[in-house]
Design a protein around this ligand. Sequence first.
Ligand SMILES: Nc1ncnc2c1ncn2[C@@H]1O[C@H](COP(=O)(O)OP(=O)(O)OP(=O)(O)O)[C@@H](O)[C@H]1O
Length: 625
Amino acid sequence: MALPSLPPIQRSWMRCQARGLDPATPPQTGPVNIAAWSHLQTLARSSIEDLYQLSEHPGFAVVICDEQATIIDVAGDSTILSLAQQSGIGYGISLLEEVAGTNAVDLALREALPYQTSGDEHYCNWLQPFSLAAAPIFSPDGRALGALAILTRAEMQHPYALGMVIAAAQALHNQLRAERLLNEANDQLSELYATLDSINEGLIFVGPNGEIRRLSRRVASILDINVRSAAGRPLVSVIPPPPAISTALQELTTLDEQEVIWQTRSGPQAVMCSVRPVWDRSRRYLGSVITLRPAESVRQLVQQVVGARATFTFRDIIGQSEAMRQALRQARLAAAGRGPVLLRGEGGVGKEIFAQAIHNASNRAGGPFVRVACAAIPRQLLDSELFGVESSEHQAGRPGKLELAHGGVLYLEAIDALSFDQQTNLLRAIEMGRVIRSGGKRPIPIDVRLIVTGHDLEQLVQEGRFRADLYARLSAFTIDIPPLRRRGDDVLLLANHMVQRLSEQLGRPIALAPDALAALHSYPWPGNVRELEVVLEQTVQTTAKSVLTVHDLPPAIARHTTPLAMADNPRLAEAHALSERDAIVRAVRSAGGRLSRAATLLGISRATLWRKITRYQISRDELRA
Ligand SMILES: Nc1ncnc2c1ncn2[C@@H]1O[C@H](COP(=O)(O)OP(=O)(O)OP(=O)(O)O)[C@@H](O)[C@H]1O
């Protein structure tokens, strides 16, 4: 049968007896936890002021112990202090049960509960003249850091002593929690500040009275100001904000990614800015956050995101005719040069693909390739499109394409669509390496190479409608791209290439029959390569057949069929063979190697398919790959 558990004081006595502790043992010193001592003392001094005041009353002393029950502070009125001193109680004395016997401080720490011991409840003789009311002090995570006790003479035991130490210990615990929360909040704030300082955007927090509450380090480099001396001062006295920002700050409104000009010590600086007012839960205005990014970095971002990139290279330009070889030789020379390039040729001959290839083979390949189709933009809008708009009180600023092409190429299609004034501004911008936005005065440095196309420029110069000096600059390097009808068999190469690409896109084998190739070859292609591209796309879309014959082509082209025998035109035969071979390989692959299925896909018999595989010497590996 289990014995009913004994009260803690009694159990403590039994432990002391079992250990053979002599009640006459004098007080002994214990180890002092210096860190706990200084921390608890500072805290206790400030937070349990009331208790200390009380301890000044006659017969009261406040005792603070560390987690090992060693006394680290005693304060009280002189009578009790001298009495305690006579008994050997003071700083450094251990109240641990093992050396001091049963007492409230040890019990409070051992049981993690408040205790009171008085007179002969104490095991050791030196504690018996006293009464002790003790409560553990808990850390925020619930660990006993030490104990707080009130020491009185045994016969003067105070009825509220225990209540008072409990309240004071709780106050200490609360203070420790608040301290931890504060530390955590400070750590978070430091992290936040470090994050704000490390991001590429500058940030200013402006208080309700226009004072700078906080600003990230990035602001210093964007606005050329001293971050340290700026904090706390009115924003207007540090750097006057542009009108759009002032308005947003005054009217407590939001401003989204607007380009504005800040007048900095080192001159006007274009900056993308946003303003966000901040409100507390009760809708009280706390201030506004201004975010800033140098407009230049935004431009680079825009170029990356909207893809101001050239994708074509010389390898993508198909053509082996002498006329094309000549144009390509010229284009490669242009890529090695630095000046403007004029591309001449009918619509759809491939001027843009040439421009992109030149850009990609030049030392500007890493920069943007920005295209402007001048004829597609109304003349009055071309100014802002090319040269940008300066920000003012009435309008947001934005860069023009010349600025966006900085470090790269500006490809101007149909330059003849520019007005005389626009031609002048363009020439000036290119010659001076600076652009001035519409409505502004600030020169913005640019480094742009022009590649242009234009109709009858020479004629326009003669008529006085195109600036002769601009034409002279542009035409210094002219490349004539021949029309498709003058490229001989290139049309076959192009047609096969395009059909192959379509076949890949659609995931089914497609080939051009000899009669279709013959028609494509003899058609004059007024719309050049673009027309060929469109015709093939449409043809493929309108039939599911794998081999396209002349009957599948639009009537205007089909009519051009000439009774051209394969043997009479080796290039045509070769083109057909290539196309057919390619279609067979694709069909067998997509049929998973099953020849009957591939033959059905191609619309021919299995025997014919087999014959063709042998004729074209298609290896098993090729059919499997
Ligand atoms: N030699 C070529 N090899 C492969 N594709 C080409 C070739 N030439 C042109 N193309 C393709 O033909 C189409 C028209 O080319 P591009 O836009 O460069 O012509 P353009 O001369 O600039 O036309 P426009 O004068 O009408 O603007 C594009 O899809 C382009 O990819």
